[in-house]
Structure formats: C-alpha cells, structure tokens
Design a protein around this ligand. Structure first.
Ligand code: HEC
Length: 353
C-alpha cells in the first residue's frame, strides 16, 4: 500500500498549499511600490503594511488569534475581507460605537457569555500584552470600536479573488458516493424482511454502512442495528439534531480516517457487485496492463472523469497509473481497481466543492 500512500501524500500536500494564506503575498506586492523607501513596521512580528484602520487592528490581533482562526469555521484572520465580514461587521461580535456591549471585547477580557468566555482560550489577552507578544491593548480595541466607520459598501459583493471552496458535508459524501459507485441501501442492510424499509435497518456486517443518527428510520441508535454506522457519520463531520450536535465544517483527522475506510470498503463493494459498471466500465477483472493496456487506460480516464468531474491531466493520469494501479495490479486487478477508486475519493477535487 505504500505507493498509494505516497500518491495520497502528494495530493494532501497540494491541498495544504491552497490553504496557506498569509500576508507574504500582499507584502511583496506592496513593497514594490516604494513608499518613500519606508519598510513595513516590524510591529507584532507581522511585516505587511495595513490597508486601513481595520486592517491595522487585524494585523495587531493576529499574533494572538490567527493560530486558530486562519482556517476552519471561523477563519476571521484569513484576510481583511474575512476579518471585516466575519468579525468586525458582524453585530454578534462588534456593536459599532458600543465597545462595552461587544462580545469581542468581552472575549478579550475573559467575560463573554457562552462556552468560550475567553479568547485566546486559556490565556488572558492582557497577559499577552504584558509579555509583549501583542502590542495592541484592550483599551485600543475599545477606542477603535467606538469610532468604527460604517461597513464599506462592497462588503457583501463577492470578490473573485476570495477562496470559495468548502468541504463536502457528510450527507453529500454519503449520497454522492452511493450514487457514483451505484450502490443502494440494499447493498448495506438486510432485505430479508419484506417490510424492511419501514423497520429498523439491520446492518450487514463488514459493509461499513454510514448513516445519520437523526434520519428515519433510525431516529435513535435503536433503529439502526449497528451504532457504528452513526458514529462513522459523525466522524465524517455529520451533525445530529437530536443530540444538538453541529455539523463540523472543517476536515480533520477523524473525517479523513473515516473517509479512507469508507472509500476502500465501498469501492470494494462496487467492484464486487455483479454487473456494476461504476468502476469497471471498460475493463473486466481479466484485463491487465499487459493483456489489454488500452482498456486499462480507457477505464482509468473514465473513472477519473466519473469521480472528479473532469478528465485527468497527463501527469495525473500517469501518476495514478504508475503509482497506484500498477503496484496493486501485481497482486491482482480487483485490488488495483479498488485502490484507484479509493484514491480518487480522497482527492481534493472529490472532497471539496
Ligand atoms: C487556541 C485556539 C484559539 C485562539 C488562539 C483563539 N481562538 Fe477564538 N475560538 C477558538 C475556538 C475553539 C472557538 C470556538 C469554536 C468555534 O466556534 O469555532 C473560538 C471562537 C471564537 C469566536 C466566536 C465566539 C462565539 O461564541 O461565537 C470569536 C469571536 C473568536 N474566537 C475570536 C478570537 C480572537 C479575537 C482571538 C485572538 C485574541 C482568538 N479567537 C484566539 C479557538 C481559538
């Protein structure tokens, strides 16, 4: 399996590169238009020039906040636009002209209502000021909120430069994967009772069924015979309204791990299912790269297109063939196609929308 891991590793690296937003790009762009030869101030360790008062505050808070708020579901510090639309002009956090009633100030003071009374969690902001990690004081934040200008008009207009990709939700993953692999509920649950659709699902063993805990039938764990089906759905980032559990909009290790298991198990199910052209469209398991190379290539391209919605580049087709398909084909063709199928499901293009 190690070639498969390598290929995956490269893909994960490529996707990480997309999320590394910082002001480095901005600052190099700006340092070209020399402002009287002045360098950006070495203020708070951030070396990019601020684009106005709000940006100054953003850059001054950043050393204390961006560690957790560059990505995820509250990426306030990803850009000035994210800071303004998510935090500054969000009435929940900042009441213009009224610092005392602004949750942002309460968070810095460690006195906010809710489950997170303090930002950053675990360390009073004033200590960070005292230790010199940040230079912006709470009083300066209050003064800024008191004189905060009205939101800029274009705040709501989407900017073509903004990064607008999101991960697929757990629901979308389950539904689209069943569809793409031509699997149905019957492939996962027992149908021996003629009335099975209206009863608790009896999950077949070893099929890695994934099912939302608040969906019917299955309005509680009791109604799906295998509680792991629901645990997996939640690990994938799915919510559960009955347990007040919010959907996770990030994509963490548990979601990745669950998707890996699910992709392997479900691709195997699709390959083994009789007369299922989802994975084996132009080949049979008797075709190999030596016996029928054209069919293998054609199927590889078709599967890529089916799973990712675009044809592969030459380099990607080659990498998929040489690093995933061929090493596994040495064991057998069934494993090779399961491996290719599973690798495509872990591709950034599959996971994101
Ligand atoms: C160590 C990680 C960490 C750091 C550093 C951090 N936060 Fe947070 N922040 C969180 C977590 C976790 C939550 C709550 C979970 C969520 O909603 O994403 C949160 C939530 C918030 C919220 C929403 C609160 C609510 O109840 O809606 C705001 C606003 C916020 N942070 C601002 C800040 C600011 C400003 C800083 C810097 C002074 C900061 N955070 C630093 C982890 C962090």
């Amino acid at each position: 399996m190690s070639p498969l891991r390598q290929w995956q590793g490269a893909v994960v690296l490529a996707s990480l590169a997309l999320t590394l937003t910082a002001c480095f790009g901005e600052s190099t762009a700006r340092s070209n238009d020399t402002r009287d030869g002045q360098d950006a101030e070495p203020d708070g360790g951030v070396s990019c020039a601020a684009a106005g008062k709000n940006d100054e505050i953003r850059l001054a808070l950043a050393p204390a906040c961006e560690g957790c708020h560059l990505t995820g579901n509250k990426p306030f510090f990803a850009s000035l636009a994210a800071f303004e639309s998510g935090l500054v002009y969000n009435e929940k956090y900042v009441k213009r002209g009224d610092p005392g009633n602004s949750m942002l100030v309460q968070l810095l003071e460690g006195a906010a209502p809710g489950s997170y009374p303090q930002m950053p969690p675990g360390q009073p902001y004033s200590e960070l000021v005292a230790s010199g990690r940040v230079t912006l004081t709470i009083e300066q934040v209050e003064a800024w909120i008191r004189d905060l200008p009205a939101p800029p008009g274009q705040l709501e207009t989407p900017s073509p430069e903004e990064f607008t990709v999101r991960r697929l939700s757990a629901e979308e993953m389950v539904v689209s994967l069943m569809d793409q692999l031509r699997l149905t509920l019957e492939d996962f649950v027992s149908t021996s009772d003629p009335n099975w659709r209206n009863k608790a699902y009896v999950v077949n063993g070893g099929k890695l069924f994934v099912w939302p805990g608040d969906r019917a039938p299955g309005i509680s764990n009791e109604y799906v015979s295998d509680s792991r089906s629901i645990e997996r759905f939640e690990a994938l980032g799915g919510g559960n309204s009955l347990l007040y559990r919010k959907r996770d909009v990030g994509f963490g290790p548990s979601a990745a791990q669950t998707l890996v298991q699910m992709s392997q198990a479900w691709c195997a199910r699709a390959v083994d299912k009789k007369n299922n052209p989802a994975v084996l469209r132009h080949v049979t398991l008797a075709d190999t790269s030596t016996r029928n190379p054209d069919a293998v290539q054609k199927n590889l391209g078709a599967l890529y297109l089916r799973m990712l919605g675009q044809p592969p580049s030459e380099a990607e087709a080659k990498a998929l063939y040489e690093q995933v398909y061929l090493p596994l084909e040495a064991q057998n063709t069934r494993l090779a196609w399961i491996g290719v199928c599973a690798a495509l499901i872990r591709h950034p293009l599959w996971i994101t929308y």
